[in-house]
Design a protein around this ligand. Structure first.
Ligand SMILES: Cc1ncc(COP(=O)(O)O)c(C=O)c1O
Length: 401
């Protein structure tokens, strides 16, 4: 008997497609490959000219005055916290719906991460809850432009200014996005970018901090590389000669290689193309999924013009016979491979051991119970997009309440 294509594969029906469509994939062309090979044939594998070129390009794209490239987005967040002077006894406020690094950067400096809840429609940190969570120990707010759409930057900036707090924007998802026509990277005191393998622009790994402050820039440069400087202006010791450098503070080695920087530079040349393709896919998904009452689609604030990094469907528990786990498994049976972004950070056992308890951020927790990130990347073909839509629709309709 032929398998029925209307019955989900997980129930013994025919899957929408034979081969897997993955949740994410890099978009690499011959220019990228040649850029990397060019570095391999050059004199510098690290601390060379490609790093300066990468920093200048990010300045041009974002409008930031200064950029410090580093090994990854986590390193970028850490040196941003160090440059902000965050230390033991301080608190930083961030969202639980993020990758662990957004909170861990506070822990690295001995500070305590405090979690503010999200808006249930945009899934972004809620400025009103940020304000409620401020204490006399709060030093910085680290909002995350979740999925690439920006947070309410004006509201958060105003709260930071009123309370004398540093604003470190975690823009790991939002390279190329705008807020009120201003590029992300030119707005916060410091903005962190990630060029991890699944980001819009990638170097495999890679990160950067953008700032308009010369003072912060000088500190970031120091903290990227061991707290070591060759600049006589910042040395604690008299120079012994042209070879001399001084270590004036304790910091890790967070340098990026020229190999990664070359790939990131080459990828940045196609940022507009990547953004256009991501916009197209988002539009197609929005049109299909807004017709399905079993799903909630993420809202973006009108001030944001987003280069989307993730596309999330929320499977509504009150409109479906199955829960998120079964929905996720049903998609995998249809050969649509998905992910969940994110597990609330304070659910992790490490955070639980530190004393964080479930129930802290109810909106974040109910979001987590329903969220699925579906395949979304610029290299996704039109037929893949249509297959993802067919699989999601089939599961929604079959299990509709
Ligand atoms: C929101 C967010 N912040 C920070 C990071 C850390 O970036 P990286 O992986 O480059 O260290 C990520 C990475 O995936 C992220 O998604």
């Amino acid at each position: 008997m032929a398998l029925d294509k209307n019955i989900p594969a997980i129930e013994g029906g025919m899957p929408v497609r034979d081969n897997k469509v993955y949740y994410s994939h890099q978009d690499i062309n011959d220019d990228d490959i040649n850029a990397v090979v060019g570095v391999l044939k050059s004199n510098f594998l690290t601390t060379g000219p490609k790093i300066t070129e990468m920093e200048q390009k990010i300045c041009e794209i974002t409008g930031a005055k200064y950029v410090v490239a580093c090994s990854n987005g986590t390193a970028a967040l850490h040196i941003a916290c160090m440059a902000a002077g965050i230390k033991e006894g301080d608190e930083i406020i961030t969202t639980p719906i993020t990758f662990a690094a957004s909170a861990n950067c506070g822990l690295y400096c001995g500070a305590t991460p405090v979690f503010a809840d999200i808006n249930p429609e945009t899934y972004q940190i809620d400025p009103a809850d940020v304000e409620r969570k401020i204490t006399d120990k709060t030093k910085a707010v680290i909002p995350v432009d979740f999925t690439g759409a920006t947070v309410q930057l004006d509201e958060i900036r105003e709260i930071c200014d009123r309370h004398g707090l540093i604003l470190i924007e975690d823009a790991a998802h939002s390279f190329g996005s705008k807020y009120k026509n201003k590029m992300v990277g030119s707005i916060a005191d410091m903005t962190e970018f990630s060029f991890h393998a699944i980001k819009t622009v990638t170097g495999g790994e890679g990160g950067a901090v953008a700032t308009n402050s010369k003072e912060l820039y000088d500190k970031l440069m120091l903290y990227r590389t061991h707290g070591i400087t060759r600049n006589p202006e910042f040395m604690g010791n008299e120079s012994d000669g042209p070879w001399y450098y001084d270590m004036v503070d304790l910091a890790p080695n967070y340098r990026i290689t020229d190999i990664q920087a070359a790939l990131i530079c080459s990828q940045m040349d196609r940022l507009d193309k990547f953004a256009e393709r991501r916009h197209e896919i988002k539009k197609r998904y929005d049109a299909a999924f807004s017709k399905l009452p079993q799903l909630q689609i993420q809202k973006e604030i009108p001030e944001t013009d987003s280069v989307r990094h993730l596309y999330i469907i929320r499977v509504k528990a009150d409109k479906l016979k199955i829960d998120r786990k079964k929905f996720f498994e049903a998609l995998a049976a249809e050969n649509v491979m998905c992910n969940v972004n994110y597990i609330p950070v304070y659910y992790f056992s490490y955070y639980q051991k530190l004393g964080y308890k479930k129930g802290l951020c109810p909106n974040a927790e109910s979001y987590y119970d329903e969220a699925i990130s579906i395949p979304f990347y610029s290299a996704l073909k039109d037929e893949d997009v249509e297959d993802v839509i067919a699989a999601v629709t089939k599961i929604c309709e079959y299990y509709a309440l």
